[in-house]
Design a protein around this ligand. Structure first.
Ligand SMILES: *Cc1c(COP(=O)(O)O)cnc(C)c1O
Length: 394
């Protein structure tokens, strides 16, 4: 059955992805099933999205309930789900104001606009610059692409946003070298995801924060992939004790319902976007906000952060054992349930393909890293099963 669907899909869908030859049908917990009924253990979570696993009963019920009431009404009015979702994000982050978007990319766009507006209000001129990191990923729209440090993605679409300068991640001196009078923001992932799973060093993140405070530059931390409990902290920066001026969220915040957010700390909340400066038709509608509310509620009820710390440590231990055993595995990097294995001398795509044959879903990051971003509800037994299947795939 799969093959005929794949052929038809390739006829109709713009080929911007080289998809794996699997047609998924449904999911249950940490298992996925394709249209031929084959079962897979999932260690990708739809790219770090499905942190509660698939077909979570209480989550599904909450979505159904909201659909029966109201799905969309626009941002011209108030709704209770949006008010509650904003309260939850603020409580969890300690930041001050939330703007809900439909995706991570749009959260980045909003964060960039907020930083520009902050500097504009302060200086009364609009000629500001942004520092971003090499090997970063922030999205594919023109603004987000402008701060994505990957030439391959950028070249055909130039000219992009002017005034963006790139520095080396985890190299404070290289960031300092890009700072000018015009710098309004430094944007980076707290843990680089697509670029190959590189956590920020504590020294680097603290150094950048100090630099931002000294020069009145806004620090934008992209928590779209590493946030929402993935590292065992609700937001990865909380482990470092380095608070951003603006944070971006998406992926797991809706657990499969498309929603993102940019969240402003005091400075940006008071001195940037005002009525009329930014907008969205769908963003933060009652349906997606009902999802956000239930996600936060279930994280608490199911003690997700504690669970990630325990099982994440076990995952690390098991991946370290693999690195010790196989010469072609160079190192493990990551925190909690955001892990990467750097591979040498073998195409990672081949390993991922063979893993699928063995009923294991994993993905890659960068050109040579196997990425593990499972649903946060996996158990130690799931980790053991994953390791078993991965060994077979080697
Ligand atoms: C996925 C991702 C984005 C883009 O989010 P979309 O929802 O795909 O638009 C931005 N930044 C990071 C760190 C991501 O992982």
């Amino acid at each position: 059955m799969s093959n005929s669907y794949i052929e038809k899909a390739e006829e109709a869908i713009l080929h911007t992805y080289n998809r794996f030859p699997v047609v998924f049908d449904h999911g249950e917990g940490v298992r996925l099933y394709d249209v031929d009924g084959k079962e897979y253990l999932d260690f990708a979570a739809g790219i770090a999205v499905q942190s509660l696993g698939y077909h979570h009963r209480e989550f599904t019920e909450a979505l159904k309930e909201q659909i029966e009431k109201l799905t969309h009404i626009s941002n011209l009015y108030y709704t209770v789900p949006m008010m509650e979702a904003a309260e939850r994000v603020i409580k969890a982050s300690g930041l001050q104001k939330v703007f809900f978007t439909n995706s991570g990319t749009e959260a980045i766009e909003g964060a960039i606009k907020a930083a520009k507006k902050y500097a504009y209000e302060r200086d009364n001129c609009a000629d500001h610059e942004i520092i971003a990191m090499h090997h970063s990923f922030h999205g594919r729209s023109l603004g987000a692409l402008s701060v994505t440090g990957n030439e391959k993605y950028q070249i055909p679409f130039r000219p992009l946003l002017p005034g963006v300068h790139f520095a080396d991640y985890n190299d404070l001196e290289s960031v300092k070298a890009q700072v000018s009078e015009k710098t309004c923001a430094i944007i980076m992932e707290t843990i680089q995801g697509e670029g190959g799973i590189y956590p920020a060093s504590e020294e680097f993140l603290k150094g950048v924060k100090a630099l931002c405070e000294e020069k009145d530059i806004l620090l934008i931390l992209d928590e779209i992939q590493c946030g929402m409990g993935r590292t065992g902290h609700m937001f990865a920066w909380q482990e470092y004790g380095v608070e951003p001026d603006i944070m971006t969220c998406a992926k797991a915040i809706g657990c499969g319902v498309p929603v993102g957010a940019f969240v402003l700390g005091k400075k940006a909340a008071e001195g940037s976007l005002k009525a009329g400066d930014h907008g969205t038709t769908y963003g933060g509608n009652p349906f997606v906000c009902a999802a956000v509310n239930k996600v936060f509620e279930l994280y608490e009820k199911e003690h997700i952060l504690e669970h990630v710390r325990t099982v994440g440590a076990y995952l690390e231990e098991k991946l370290d054992e693999l690195v010790a055993q196989y010469d072609f595995l160079k190192e493990r990097r990551g925190k909690g349930m955001m892990q990467g294995l750097e591979v040498t001398d073998r195409p990672v795509g081949e390993i991922v393909k063979r893993a699928l044959e063995h009923g294991l879903v994993i993905i890659t990051a960068g050109s040579n890293v196997l990425r593990f971003v499972p649903p946060l509800v996996i158990t130690k037994a799931d980790v053991d099963e994953m390791i078993e299947k991965l060994r077979k795939s080697f």
